[in-house]
Design a protein around this ligand. Structure first.
Ligand code: ZN
Length: 161
């Protein structure tokens, strides 16, 4: 079968920046990644590149930020009064929090801490970064009804239940 919506696809991948350095790869995790195609599990440009491929296929593709994790946005930087982090022990640069805003929920990363203010950045760490993917398609199968209901893959490369 070919990769289409709701197929469970298993891939090995390497992601590099334009400088050639490895940002992420399946080898850095538990091995091959299994995901349900067409439900937004991968960045949009990569799903589009994989659409229609067959088992054993390989792609090498460069995605602009808009097709990856989005453009970097100045308006996602914020300063938050320190007292909003009162309950947090060991507040440190690099920590991540969920923050509710009028525009929805964002995962923000702490970038700077002073006595009264905490600076946070709601951009994805890879926002504004061009993504160079090399992907090997290892396997393709139909998703089960349960997997579609849960929105994730069960078994090797996926969730336990
Ligand atoms: Zn499940």
């Amino acid at each position: 079968m070919k990769i289409n919506k709701n197929a469970v696809v298993t891939v090995d991948y390497v992601l590099r920046g334009d400088d050639g350095l490895v940002i992420d790869s399946s080898a850095n995790h538990d091995g091959p990644l299994s995901y349900i195609h067409g439900i937004g599990a991968l960045v949009p440009g990569l799903e589009a590149a994989l659409e229609g491929m067959e088992k054993g296929g390989t792609i090498s593709t460069r995605l602009e930020p808009a097709d990856g994790y989005g453009e970097w946005k100045q308006e996602l930087l914020a300063e938050v009064p320190r007292e909003r982090f009162e309950g947090v022990t060991d507040l440190a640069v690099g920590m991540q929090f969920q923050m509710g805003t009028p525009n929805g929920h964002f995962t923000v990363t702490v970038t700077e801490i002073s006595d009264s203010m905490v600076k946070v950045d709601g951009n994805h760490p890879l926002a504004g970064v061009a993504l160079n993917f090399e992907v090997d398609v290892l396997d393709i199968r139909e998703a089960t009804a349960e997997e579609l209901e849960h929105g994730h893959v069960h078994g090797p490369g996926g969730h336990e239940s």
